[in-house]
Design a binder for this molecule. Structure first.
Ligand code: MYA
Length: 637
């Protein structure tokens, strides 16, 4: 999975900019920041500036509860913005229910031109492009509502639209110069010009920094000449404008040493030398176009560099970070449809003399499906609304929502099929297409495996910077008395089992019992991370069995916290659904707090550590032998 041996050999401490994201989408920040990160902790993990973050998830790794982005549940849209979105969404919904045929698009692996034209006319390709450039000018949250509709209608079209605006030209929106925006955004928003995001290469998937595509500056410094190829590019066969990532040469100003670094470019097919392969034959999202893209001596004007030269890797990462919440919103819509189909069936199907909805086995499935959908939706809009409020440090939350959404949607669709039984397996029920479409969501835009490591290690890095801060405070205890006394009292409380984290002021009375479990998980989480740092130091980057479980615990804490917040809001607003939402939250908290405690306890449990070592040994043998390595039980060979 992790090729360039990076994640296995301590490269992931470079995944550390948890506290170096404060200026968020400002790429210049990263360039400046790089020079301030030279210090190393004794543990070996790079020290970070001790800036405090408002991110709930980053602080979780320090065992701290920072409420700002989770309580109260964010509520950014003014009434008129809500009305606007309803008026924009209605024709969109009508289009999907009356005009588009998702099953046919899947069958033909194509979206008819008339369908695409109608989507352009609806403004669906420029949802977040500012109005001055011809787009709808909507916020992240409003965009999320469109995503939800797409997710419930046609994931193939969703990918076409998402590859275009969620990643294809997002870089121009985030980092483009005024000139680049003026030139490209109008055509991309309304001019029927498609965009794509070209990062992945045959030898570079998860290991995105190892791309081989190269761009060499011309002698006069006016152009880059681009050569290389990309694979699995969504919209690769139809895009006229692409955000392309390539290695470029840099000379270290201090050492004079030459080094390759990634630079992002806006590449037009019309530059010449850009060609695409035939559409890939895929398991799902068949309506979307996926191809290889080749670049042969493509001449790119220097003004088409996106962001700073040599900062392209971060441009890529930040585009991906920025778009990830959209997947949560999209899949929340998909889950609603799966649940609808399951419920239609359980309300009508009679077996053994009763409607199947009467049986506990079905009730458990239906409630679990709803719990997961509720948490997915809650995460997606917590993130989008924080982004709209100006939060810049949403990268952990966004990665978590992508993992949670893609795994929940897979589970929900699979269970819907199970409830429908044989009928669910038939094409006519419409679920097998959704299941096929859903499979890719755990793989693309950062595999869930990579994102789990990203979450765990980015958080650990933030915690490590706190330990370093404490260490240096200890050298001068008098001047740092406030910091130290706060830390000491929280440690004493923890050591005698007195939790300090208190959700009481934020959570509805009905939920306080459950929120105590969440608070306890946060305390345990911080303690566990500190223990891991002390035990493993920098070699924690090699402990992927542990990091995975730590990430799972983090995901559970986030799910509990945001649902506690959302259902409290529902109750405060006296929404008719409040009691049901409270029940969904209760159920989630009971499940997630147990799972979280279990996952965290496994990280130091000798029998679990033995299990991880044993599994690692099994895997090694199977890999060495090239497959299953047991003697046949009958023939003994
Ligand atoms: S597109 C292809 C998707 N590919 C990936 O996502 C690649 C996954 N790999 C990675 O993310 C990275 O390579 C990892 C880093 C995480 C493994 N944010 O040395 P490093 C900084 C900000 O640790 P690596 C697709 O699938 C880091 O601090 N910064 O890097 C299309 C460091 O900074 P410094 C970050 O070991 C699907 C530097 O970068 C981040 O190589 C189509 C290097 O770090 C980050 N996240 O590995 C979908 N990570 O140098 C269609 C690292 O200063 C859309 N850094 O120390 C669907 C939308 C849904 C529908 C919508 C409907 C409308």
């Amino acid at each position: 999975m992790l090729s360039r041996s990076n994640l296995a050999t301590a490269r992931l401490p470079r995944l550390t900019k948890s506290s170096s994201f404060p200026k968020g989408d400002d790429i210049r920040y990263f360039t400046a920041q790089r020079n301030t990160n030279a210090m190393e902790l004794k543990s070996g993990i790079k020290a970070l500036p001790s800036k405090k973050s408002a991110s709930f998830m980053l602080n979780l790794f320090r065992g701290k509860f920072v409420s700002e982005e989770v309580f109260p549940y964010p509520d950014v849209l003014a009434d008129e913005q809500k009305e606007l979105i309803t008026s924009l969404v209605t024709p969109f919904e009508k289009f999907f229910s009356e005009v588009n045929n998702a099953a046919r698009n899947d069958e033909t692996s194509l979206i008819d031109k008339e369908i695409m034209d109608q989507l352009w006319d609806l403004g669906a390709f420029g949802i977040q492009v500012p109005e001055e450039y011809g787009g709808l000018g909507l916020s992240n949250t409003q965009y999320g509502i469109f995503c939800e509709i797409l997710g419930g209608s046609d994931l193939g079209i969703g990918i076409t639209l998402g590859a275009h605006q969620s990643i294809g030209f997002k870089g121009i929106l985030l980092f483009g110069t005024q000139k680049q925006k003026q030139k490209y955004l109008p055509m991309l928003a309304t001019g029927k010009v498609y965009a794509a995001f070209a990062l992945t290469e045959p030898s570079s998937g998860s290991d995105a920094a190892s791309i081989k595509t190269r761009a060499v500056k011309s002698d006069d410094g006016n152009y880059f000449i681009l050569n290389g190829s990309k694979i699995w590019i969504s919209n690769g066969g139809i895009a006229e404008v692409m955000t392309v990532f390539a290695q470029t040469e840099h000379i270290d100003s201090k050492t004079g040493e030459k080094k390759d670094k990634v630079t992002a470019f806006i590449v037009e097919r019309s530059f010449g030398g850009v060609t695409s392969g035939p559409p890939e034959k895929k398991m799902g999202i068949k309506a979307s176009n996926t191809t290889e893209v080749y670049f042969e001596n493509v001449s790119i004007p220097v003004e088409n560099v996106l962001g700073e030269e040599g900062e392209g890797f971060k441009v890529a990462m930040m585009i991906l970070n920025n778009g990830r919440f959209g997947m949560g919103a999209t899949l929340s819509g998909t889950m609603k449809v799966c649940i609808q189909k399951a419920v239609d069936h359980s309300n009508s199907r009679v077996q053994f003399g009763k409607k199947i909805r009467e049986y506990g086995a079905i009730q458990e499935k239906i409630s679990q499906m709803n719990i997961l959908q509720y948490a997915t939706e809650t995460m997606a809009y917590a993130i989008s609304q924080n982004m709209d409020k100006g939060s810049k440090e949403y990268h952990l939350e966004a990665a978590i929502s992508k993992i949670f959404a893609s795994e929940s949607a897979w589970y929900v669709c699979d269970e819907a099929i199970q409830i429908l039984g044989g009928m669910g397996y038939m094409k006519g029920a419409g679920l097998e297409r959704i299941l096929r479409d859903l499979r890719i969501f755990r793989i693309f835009e950062g595999t869930n495996d990579i994102l789990r490591l990203f979450v765990a290690l980015t958080g650990i890095q933030y915690a490590a910077s706190n330990l370093k801060e404490l260490r240096s405070a200890l050298k001068n205890p008098i001047t740092n008395i406030k910091l130290l006394s706060g830390e000491i009292s929280s440690r004493i409380s923890r050591s005698i089992g007195l939790g300090q984290i208190d959700f009481t002021p934020y959570v509805a009375v009905e939920l306080q019992r459950y929120s105590k479990g969440t608070a306890a998980c946060i305390e345990m989480f911080g303690k566990t991370v500190e223990g891991l740092l002390l035990k493993y130091g920098k070699s924690i980057v090699n402990e992927q069995f542990i990091l995975n479980r730590l990430a799972n615990a983090a995901i559970d804490v986030y799910a509990m916290t945001v649902t506690l917040s959302r259902s409290t809001r529902a109750l405060n607003l006296r929404l008719p659904t409040a009691q049901h939402e409270i029940n969904l939250t209760k159920a989630l908290c009971i499940q997630a707090s147990k799972r979280c405690t279990y996952n965290l306890s496994r990280l130091s449990n000798p029998s679990d550590l033995e299990l991880f070592n044993t599994m690692s040994a099994i895997s090694k043998v199977v890999n060495d032998k090239g497959g299953v390595h047991t003697s046949h039980v009958i023939t003994n060979t």
